[in-house]
Write a protein that binds this ligand. Structure first.
Ligand code: PMP
Length: 284
């Protein structure tokens, strides 16, 4: 399998990452995940923009322009024959010797970029059935807008949910819902769709941008407004959104059914609008 290593496409076995890479030692790096359908990227510009914006927020320098990166990624899915799948990319601050918290001089220490691909079909059965979630306090830092590879807070929250038999953790700060451990979260009450506004407490999800756009174009009522755990438990429908899950119904929260405990009609509509947007960009 081929991967991207810095500016090149190489065999995975050729990649050499130093054991003192700051990504490995400090989780000093950022990442992004973009999806391809029918061998074409969906919302590639938005993902590349977010990668560059995360990099800028921590003074990381990418070894190429946005255009060069898009060309490399396009070549990668072609050589790996990715019809439908996920492309993971990450950038770290490179090797810092001796180990030292301060950023090394980027002129002397180049950042390290890698990208890999995985074939992953759409999980239609789960999208029809929905998933279960558990509420967990949001213990993460205050720059959740940066797509950092430092994910312990997210991982620990998801593990809490998994231990209870759930699929996802819904995070809250003092009862105010922020997002899920690896997705944005939404609720529908009286035909209005709510999700937390962008800012430092949530990741600006690309799927979120797309769902907001298609929902507004379809004339649905949408509010980027925070809501509480109490609101969530009285919601008609709840769902999570991410590049890999699209719009995924959450049908049980803390063991109790949301509405009828089945996918609701608004989520189903949003799923269809999202699929239409994918097909418009990537073909059927
Ligand atoms: N929030 C978090 C914490 C995430 O990890 C993700 C998935 N990367 C999202 C939201 C959704 O982002 P996107 O729609 O861009 O995949």
């Amino acid at each position: 399998m081929k991967v991207i290593w810095n500016n090149e496409i190489v065999e995975r076995s050729e990649v050499k990452i130093d054991m003192e890479d700051r990504g490995y030692q400090f989780a000093d790096g950022i990442y992004d995940v973009v999806r391809a359908y029918n061998g074409e990227f969906f919302t590639l510009n938005e993902h590349v923009d977010r990668l560059f914006s995360s990099a800028e927020k921590i003074d990381l320098v990418l070894p190429f322009t946005k255009e060069e990166l898009k060309q490399l990624l396009t070549k990668l899915i072609e050589v790996n024959n990715i019809d439908i799948g996920n492309i993971y990319m990450q950038l770290t601050r490179g090797i810092g010797i001796p180990r030292n918290h301060s950023y090394p001089d980027p002129e002397l220490v180049p950042s390290v970029f890698t990208a890999t691909t995985t074939i992953v079909p759409r999980d239609q059965e789960k999208m029809d059935r929905g998933m279960s979630a558990f509420t967990v306090p949001d213990m993460r830092w205050l720059r959740c807008d940066i797509k950092s590879i430092s994910l312990l807070g997210n991982i620990m929250a998801k593990h809490e949910a998994h231990k209870k038999g759930g699929d996802e953790a819904i995070l809250h700060r003092d009862g105010v819902v922020t997002e899920c451990s690896s997705s944005n979260v939404w609720m529908i009450k009286d035909n209005t769709i709510y999700t937390h506004p962008d800012g430092n407490l949530v990741l600006p999800g690309v799927t979120k941008i797309m769902l907001l756009k298609v929902a507004r174009e379809a004339g649905l009522s949408v509010k980027e407004e925070a809501f509480t755990i109490e609101d969530l438990k009285k919601a008609d429908e709840v769902f999570a959104s991410s590049t890999t899950m699209e719009a995924m119904p959450i049908t049980f929260i803390d063991g109790n059914p949301v509405g009828q405990g089945k996918r609701g009609s608004v989520v189903e509509r949003l799923q269809q609008l999202y699929v239409d947007a994918v097909e418009e960009q990537c073909g059927k």
